[in-house]
Design a protein around this ligand. Structure first.
Ligand code: B12
Length: 149
């Protein structure tokens, strides 16, 4: 069955090129993509994921304010009954030079399943999502829970 992915640039961020590339790459890989575009609010992500019964939400942020923009995002997903939706974030996630391992830890602590830097090849994210969604199906079959890296 086709998997649906919600894609958007969070907050006031207007960088559109990256998600356009991601949209095309995920579509070419066989996903249904709902591209919310730039300057997308948390609420718009949650509403779109609910409406489309999405398997995954992919958040993009380039302008350096992702930490603020993503505060409370996963609480909203849980409130909407979307705790099983796979969430990724990618882009330029911090202001200026940073230690990406620390950035990854921060966004993982917010609840994102995977965190990608701005050097990420879309194919890497596609492979990761395929693996995560396949993993979820087999987990459900076995009625077990596994913590993902
Ligand atoms: C073009 C550009 C602009 C254009 C955007 C035009 C448009 N509508 O898209 C304009 C001039 C408007 C602009 C404005 C600003 N910009 Co600008 N911009 C850039 C620039 C030069 C290129 C961005 C781009 O298109 N890259 C090409 C695409 C293909 O790459 P990408 O966006 O990185 O996306 C890829 C990956 O990041 C990854 N990815 C992205 N999201 C996700 C999500 C997931 C889930 C995954 C898996 C992967 C992933 O995959 C994408 C595809 O390969 C970058 C510098 C750079 N070289 O990256 C700065 C840059 C992003 N901008 C920056 C800044 C600061 C701003 C402004 C705040 C400047 C200002 N003071 O006004 C404003 C913000 C305006 C706003 N509200 O957003 C900074 C951000 C700094 C930071 N994070 O620390 C950068 C890095 C420049 C810099 N070195 O300082 N910008």
């Amino acid at each position: 069955m086709t998997k649906t992915v919600i894609l958007g640039v969070i907050g006031s961020d207007a960088h559109v090129v990256g998600i356009t590339i991601l949209e095309r790459a995920f579509e070419a890989a066989g996903f249904d993509v709902v591209n919310l575009g730039v300057q997308t609010s948390q609420e718009e992500f949650v509403d779109a994921a609910t409406e489309a019964d999405a398997e995954a939400v992919l958040v993009s942020s380039l302008y350096g304010h992702a930490k603020q923009d993503c505060q409370g995002f996963h609480e909203r997903l849980v409130d909407a009954g979307l705790e099983d939706v796979t969430t990724y974030i990618g882009g330029n996630l911090a202001v200026g030079q940073d230690d990406f391992d620390e950035t990854r830890r921060f966004f993982r602590s917010l609840g994102f399943d995977r965190v990608f830097d701005s050097e990420t090849d879309p194919e890497e994210a596609i492979a990761a999502l395929r693996a995560d969604l396949d993993m979820r199906s087999s987990e459900a079959e076995q009625e077990s829970h596994t913590v993902r890296a």
